[in-house]
Design a protein around this ligand. Structure first.
Ligand code: FES
Ligand SMILES: [Fe+2]
Length: 406
């Protein structure tokens, strides 16, 4: 904890009231464990988090574990073929039940004293318990699981925000890339020793792209000023229809979502000249998605709630999920998805597919960690946002609004 924090007697409400509009957050938002506690309840456990593609759990008993900020969920395909979510916490004395990250089981056996749960979370064996022990009252507790056109989302509350608006409003955009029939070709986790907001704030702005990401900056046009972007955008829009794509714009980010709904958004931006997709030389790295007929030279941004973002090129989709692991540590999980019938070796090469976002995330991690070190200094003072950090500004305003919820 920093020296500055010890001397700061302000309550969280006073701190929020003192936050200067258009400036980065005050130090305590990144360092104060009490603020993190409040975020857990008001932001982190209240919102949906992407947990993979349905195709990763095809058969009853297939499972994965998702760990977020001290909570652990088991997502499993149940006996009835539906996906279910359970708290990975034994109903005996609370041990983690499942220690594997993913796999296939016919039951979950607690490693501590051996209580056994079936794949629907029901306790069916517990040694040496009293005659009147009520097995049925000791099923695993549930965690919410929702599906959006093949994508799995998890929420650590029984009363989650509705996904209906997202499903409906993004249906057309997601159909262009045939999201239900994608498959995960590669998956990687990057541990980032920095507060989760620094990790997501960095994803929200491309002011740093020109300096930190020469590879990305060569192909993506997001860091161009509006006039230049309009010109390249025009080039893409002219090709789009012939390629089987449609111009769609959905903007219901968190601040603009309907009450009780998860926020979401969609837009497509042009890539530079020769780039057909996000690859080293701009050439295709996988078969075209869905019914696309050709490359329009664009890439689509999707956002699903406050933690999950996706970039859909014409031949692959990259999903990024940023979650806290503690109050000063976070992780970024990346999924590279291709069309479901693509075969590794024949249709795609994992190194080529993952090249761009692997090097970009490695350099992001470095700048986020440097940012975190400076933010912990007694000399840190919130600084003004540039015009290219508008989204980040909206994002932190939304967090402050959530923290003030009654
Ligand atoms: S804590 Fe799981 S069986 Fe005892
Ligand atoms: Fe970046």
């Amino acid at each position: 904890m920093s020296a500055v924090l010890k001397e700061d007697p302000r309550s969280i409400a006073e701190l929020i009231a003192d936050q200067k509009a258009g400036y980065s957050l005050q130090q305590r938002f990144y360092t104060d464990p009490d603020i993190f506690e409040l975020e857990l309840e008001r932001v982190i456990y209240r919102n949906w988090i992407f947990a993979g593609h349905e195709s990763q759990l095809p058969a009853p008993g297939d499972f994965r574990v998702l760990n977020v900020a001290g909570e652990s969920a088991i997502i499993v395909r149940g006996k009835d073929g539906e996906l279910k979510g359970f708290a990975n916490v034994c109903r005996h004395r609370g041990s983690l039940v499942c220690l594997e990250e993913k796999g296939h089981v016919d039951k979950f056996a607690c490693p501590y004293h051996g209580w056994m749960y079936d794949i629907d979370g029901k306790l069916f064996a517990a040694r040496d318990m009293p005659e009147d022990f009520d097995m049925a009252a000791h099923s695993l507790k549930t965690v919410s699981v929702g599906l959006v056109h093949g994508l799995i989302f998890v929420c650590f509350t029984d009363d989650p925000l509705s996904l209906d608006g997202c499903r409906e409003d993004l249906a057309e955009a997601m159909a262009m890339f045939d999201f239900p029939n994608l498959k995960v070709a590669a998956q990687k986790t990057y541990d980032i020793p920095a507060n989760w907001k620094l990790s997501i704030e960095n994803y929200q702005e491309c002011y740093h792209c020109a300096t930190a990401h020469p590879e990305y900056a060569r192909m993506h046009t997001l860091m161009l000023d509006n006039d230049k972007q309009d010109r390249v955008q025009k080039h893409m829009l002219e090709k789009m229809v012939a390629c089987g794509l449609k111009q769609i714009y959905v903007d219901r980010i968190d601040t603009a979502a309907r009450p009780g709904e998860m926020g979401y958004g969609y837009s497509r931006t042009a890539l530079f000249g020769k780039y057909k997709t996000g690859s080293k030389d701009g050439s295709p790295v996988a078969p075209l998605l869905g019914n696309l007929k050709d490359y329009d030279g664009g890439a689509s941004d999707f956002n699903f709630g406050p933690f999950s973002f996706m970039l859909a090129y014409s031949d692959h989709v990259v999903a990024y999920v940023f979650t806290p692991t503690g109050h000063e540590s976070s992780k970024c999980e990346i999924y590279w998805m291709v069309r479901g019938d693509a075969k590794e070796g024949r249709d795609y090469d994992v190194d080529k597919l993952t090249w761009l976002w692997d090097i970009t995330t490695i350099s992001d991690k470095e700048i986020i960690v440097n940012n975190s070190k400076g933010v912990h200094s007694k000399y840190y003072q919130p600084g003004p946002f540039s015009g290219m950090e508008k989204e980040e500004n909206i994002y932190i305003d939304w967090i402050l609004q959530e923290l003030q919820r009654p």
